[in-house]
Ligand binder design. Structure first.
Ligand SMILES: [Zn+2]
Length: 165
């Protein structure tokens, strides 16, 4: 993805209040390897239920604020992140809800989905299976995962940003 500046990030949120944005911590942007990311996602170290996700839609950064739900999946089973579609131990996948943009969100209307607990899908999809004779080459696997992740992130944030009008 194209690099994001702190200003890009702060101006990108479609579903956060000014107060929430004032309290938002920024992740360390200097050490970010942007070309290995489809989106930037991070949790709030001080308010652990809070999560943030920002990606580019054409030339515009789109950010959404998320809340991790108290509900946790049963331990010892597998779960799948709805964005990267990688199956993992259930404790690494969390139900997040995002308030809808505009009045709907202020009225308590949310969109919920299961996402990697650390909002780290871009790192996870780059852990590639050992190549085998029956498997496509790793670069093909990654290209397909990356395209799928981008498409699902875009459709998720478009759903959150959609207003009733
Ligand atoms: Zn994921």
């Amino acid at each position: 993805m194209k690099a994001l500046t702190p200003d890009d990030i702060r101006s990108s949120f479609v579903n956060a209040t000014d107060e929430q944005l004032d309290r938002m911590p920024l992740p360390g942007l200097h050490e970010m390897i942007w070309e290995e990311r489809e989106y930037l996602g991070w949790r709030d170290p001080k308010a652990h239920q809070r999560g943030y996700l920002v990606h580019w839609r054409d030339d515009r950064p789109i950010g959404i604020i998320l809340r991790a739900s108290d509900f946790s999946l049963e331990a010892g089973i597998s779960a799948m992140c709805s964005l990267c579609r990688i199956t993992q131990p259930s404790r690494q996948v969390t139900l997040f809800t995002a308030p809808r943009a505009g009045q709907a969100g202020l009225d308590g209307n949310t969109v919920g989905t299961y996402i990697c607990d650390d909002l780290g899908c871009p790192l996870l999809i780059r852990i590639l299976p050992t190549p085998g004779p029956l498997q496509p080459p790793p670069e093909e696997v990654l290209a397909r995962r990356s395209a799928g992740l981008l498409e699902r992130v875009r459709s998720f944030t478009a759903d959150v940003a959609k207003t009733a009008s």
